[in-house]
Design a protein around this ligand. Sequence first.
Ligand code: SAH
Length: 344
Amino acid sequence: MKKVLQDLNFEELSALVAAAGEKPFRAKQLFEGLMQGKRLGEIPVSAALRKRLSEEYEEEPVRILETFVSADGTKKFLFLLADGNIVEGVFMQYSYGNTQCVSTQVGCRMGCKFCASTLGGRVRDLTAGEILGQILAVNRAEGGTLKERKVTNIVLMGSGEPFDNYDNVIKFLRLVTAEGGIRISARNISLSTCGLVPEMRRFALENIPLNLTVSLHATTDEERRRTMPIAKKYRISEILDACAFYFEKTGRRYIFEYSLIEGENADEAHALALAELLKGRPCHVNLIRLNEVKERDLKGTSEKSAYRFLGILEKHGISATLRRSMGSDIGGACGQLRAKFLRS
Ligand code: SAH
């Protein structure tokens, strides 16, 4: 596989341009062109440099293969990587801006019982430039530029466990927030993890003040182990300690994802247990009714019980919201679209 030019930061590109005997302004041109989502052939560099780069680097490491548009305006993209692998992403339009959900791995090895991304296991990690490439491709396709961005917010909630691909994800975060690039502020980025405790602690020291989100989905270790194999490795108490450490280091409150699964974690007793667990912590809870995955036999709760669950949390002073499920008519849940594509 050829290398990915979008993996390189400005300093690394500058070194490459200098080594090719080109003037320094070429590096700026190249960086800006790449960050606009352009292919090498569309960027004004000298013929010699273009030839040299195209021999070693992918012309278009992330290409939009298909776009699905939902009735609510949500768009789902299938991205084709240079080696033929496919990942997916969702683009959601809100009044405050547009959020792009990106994948960090092809597949996933965490094995959560409700998630479609994990069905075929982990195929490979994405490079930093491949994660960034999803954002650059969508920003361009939506008519955005570096000044007038169409992608203003990012969630790392597509396929993959971001902290299972730690170094590439950190490099991506530094690239996407960098001067001269698309410059999406860390405050507008959410990273979701199933709770890899050592990486959560390490991340607290990276000085990237984003919205740390943890997939909890249960209130006891025993229950959590039923749907999330990672719970055999790390206890909820260790996760809460790591969250507290994150808050201590960054001053940022943290978020818990809690997908409501009928007969599993969605009763009143669970709501009370969750309120008890999180009482007094600087956190927020995002509830979502499980999106049913064809290959799994777990069911989402009714809207009514989801609101009842939310009411109980609020009554006990826990900050919480019930997320609307967007784009469910086009395969909104994680990995559903890729799974469908691979089946067909
Ligand atoms: N690996 C990371 C990020 C990817 S999943 C993580 O585990 O957090 C993003 C979120 O979607 C997680 O909270 C995950 O548990 C949730 N999710 C996965 N499949 C789902 C489904 N079918 N319905 C609702 N939420 C789901």
